[in-house]
Design a protein around this ligand. Structure first.
Ligand code: IPM
Ligand code: MG
Length: 369
């Protein structure tokens, strides 16, 4: 069995607690003999600011470059509200995404049958939901220049963010979405705002062309991003693969998360381009943030983080069997009635982060035995 090098970046808030859950599951996986990992742990975000005065040190970036894959918890929190914009905790995560070229962010939203009643939406709208948001992750308004606040002659201030997309950036994310659709139900919806934004006009044009040239077998639908948000809460199961830009993807994936019952359920994979050796840089992280309000209280849901590990097994290492095992263990543990506070229904008793991870690991061991 090959040993892979995993870099763990727990980060801030609930990050370290959910990452501990991953370590519990990694321990169980090693026992099954299906996958063994060498792990290294380092700092990112506020934790790195406290230690090094920067949210991502060059040394940590070098380790990230050298790792076979990266698992990241969460960054940010009120403790760092006062730090300069350029070195705020989130800047560490954005630098990682940019420097490693992680342009394709896959955010699957699956509603576990056991959780259909935990969603804010009616059961019949979300039961069986299985969609995936393909979010462009290294372009758009997150990285466009200029990005600044200047002072006008009259003393008032002027803030600018710039939304930029080039043909190539749109093409490569479109390919990811269409390729993924071929392995699923063969349908892609592309969300932009071509009615207001030039970047939306180009987005629609390029996605349409990539589709016509290479993916005539896939069904493509264009949807305005605001309408898409509405459709996601109105009739979410109409979608399968949803491709969109960095900012719309950020917003729409939070909406999608709530369909599944809780933000604590959504994993994600951020992937780079294939290199000459057939491998790609990859970072896996839950869609949720650092949740400072519940940090350190053993109250967080570790499932999004553990689901991110499953995506890592599948996408970075081709360990589909191990990934299935982790995902089945999560499903079975939920079906068995275990709930963290965020998904607990009235009358059920919530378990802590550590206990939830322990139950998942125990199910995994039993399943593999
Ligand atoms: C996400 C987060 C990040 C983003 C933050 C933490 C910078 O909200 O991954 O969705 O906006 O991309
Ligand atoms: Mg977000």
């Amino acid at each position: 069995m090959a040993t892979y090098k995993l870099l763990l970046l727990p980060g801030d808030g609930i990050g370290p607690e959910v990452m501990a859950g991953v370590e519990t599951v990694l321990g169980a996986l090693a026992e099954t003999g299906l996958a063994r990992f060498e792990t290294e742990t380092d700092r990112v975000g506020g934790a790195a600011i406290d230690a090094h005065g920067t949210p991502l040190s060059d040394a940590t970036l070098a380790r990230a470059e050298a790792a076979d894959a990266i698992l990241l918890g969460a960054v940010g929190g009120p403790k760092w509200n006062g730090v300069a914009y350029d070195i705020r905790p989130e800047a560490g995560l954005l630098r990682l995404r940019k420097e490693l070229g992680l342009f394709a962010n896959l955010r699957p939203a699956i509603c576990h049958p056991a959780l259909a009643d935990a969603s804010a939406l009616k059961r019949e709208l979300v039961e069986g939901l299985d969609i995936i948001i393909v979010r462009e992750l290294t372009g758009g308004v997150y990285f466009g220049a200029p990005k600044e606040i200047t002072t006008l002659p009259d003393g008032a201030k002027r803030a600018v963010d710039t939304q930029v997309y080039t043909t190539g950036e749109i093409e490569r994310i479109a390919h990811v979405a269409f390729d993924l659709a071929r392995k699923r139900s063969g349908r892609v919806a592309s969300a932009e705002k071509h009615n207001v934004m030039k970047s939306g006009v180009l987005w629609k044009e390029v996605v349409t062309r990539v589709h016509a040239q290479h993916y005539a077998d896939v069904e493509l639908e264009h949807v305005l991003a605001d309408n898409c948000a509405m459709q996601l809460v109105r009739r979410p199961k109409q979608f399968d693969v949803l491709v969109t830009d960095n900012l719309f993807g950020d917003i729409l994936s939070d909406v999608a998360a709530m369909l599944t019952g809780s933000l604590g359920m959504l994993p994600s994979a951020s992937l780079g381009a294939l290199d000459g050796r057939g491998t790609r840089k990859a970072l896996y992280e839950p869609v949720h943030g650092s949740a400072p309000d519940i940090a350190g209280r053993d109250a967080a849901n570790p499932i999004a983080m553990i689901g991110s590990l499953a995506m890592c097994l599948r996408y970075s290492f081709g360990l589909g069997e191990a990934a299935d095992l982790v995902e089945s263990a999560v499903t079975a543990t939920l079906a068995g009635g275990a709930r963290t506070a965020d998904i607990a229904s009235p009358g059920t008793e919530a378990v802590g982060t550590g206990a939830m991870a322990g139950l998942i690991a125990a199910d995994l061991r039993a399943r593999a035995a």
